[in-house]
Design a protein around this ligand. Structure first.
Ligand SMILES: Nc1ncnc2c1ncn2[C@@H]1O[C@H](COP(=O)(O)OP(=O)(O)O)[C@@H](O)[C@H]1O
Ligand SMILES: [Mg+2]
Length: 233
């Protein structure tokens, strides 16, 4: 496993949000963290990144215990995070947003500005546009491209498909396939089972801060009982 959580407990104040969460992501896999609104998906990604550090439990990255490492160290070690609110600089252009990402964490690898613009041609078309004037879909792509610019080994994506038109979701799924083909490992928190089925090998289902099910993505997709109990709206 390139990334594992071992019985992680995370609190917001006195609210015990993540309860003994354990999960593992193997090198090169695309893994889904599925669950309804408010069950702890974002908190899990924030916990991994160190933005909301866990009270107890282990976080192993490349065989190293990283629980106490601050987010910027984790970024240098090769973890990248696309937050659900994207964090695009609205006053900077699309291209400047990419330049800043590359400047902040300099790791060598396949991805650079040209490669991410080849992956998402719309970013080349919009290179001079301010973040402010980009559409929701364009911002998602820019935010994912920013995560790639640091050449991470593992990328955490929060609600990548949320709010996107079906056609954009399809091209995002294709892009994720391309990203993985260049050796990246991906953990994505998402509510969209269809999207996850398209791009993920395995999945974990989280409910009220606890992992309640894990399995192959196709197995989860076919399991009506699990889908109805934990994922149906
Ligand atoms: N900053 C915060 N302070 C207090 N409670 C929070 C905070 N962020 C999230 N929560 C609570 O933690 C729980 C899990 O939230 P979250 O991880 O955002 O779920 P999800 O991403 O699955 O929708 C929810 O009950 C939510 O209300
Ligand atoms: Mg969330």
């Amino acid at each position: 496993m390139i990334l594992s959580l071992v019985e992680v407990n995370t609190y917001y104040g006195t609210s015990h949000v993540l309860q003994d969460v354990s999960l593992g992501v193997a090198q090169g896999d695309v893994v889904a963290l599925l669950g309804r609104n408010g069950v702890g998906k974002t908190t899990t990604l924030r916990t991994i990144m160190g933005l909301t550090p866990p009270a107890t439990g282990g976080i192993l990255f490349n065989g190293r215990e990283v629980r106490a490492e601050p987010p910027w160290n984790k970024a240098k070690m090769g973890l990248a995070y696309m937050p659900d609110d994207l964090r695009i600089f609205s006053d900077l252009t699309c291209e400047e947003n990419l330049d800043i990402a590359a400047y902040l964490v300099k790791r060598k690898g396949y991805w650079d500005k040209k490669k991410v613009m080849d992956l998402f041609p719309v970013l080349a078309e919009r290179r001079g546009q301010k973040g402010l004037n980009m559409s929701g879909g364009e911002k998602k792509m820019l935010s994912l491209a920013r995560a790639l610019m640091s050449n991470p080994s593992v990328v955490l994506l929060d609600e990548a498909s949320e709010g996107l038109a079906p056609m954009i979701v399809r091209s995002l799924a294709e892009a994720i396939g391309t990203i993985r083909s260049h050796g990246m490992t991906i953990l994505l928190a998402d509510q969209n089972l269809k999207f996850c089925r398209r791009v993920c090998d395995r999945g974990y289902i989280i409910e009220k801060g606890q992992i309640v099910h894990e399995g192959g993505m196709e197995e989860i997709w076919q399991d009506q009982e699990v889908v109805n109990k934990y994922l149906a709206l």
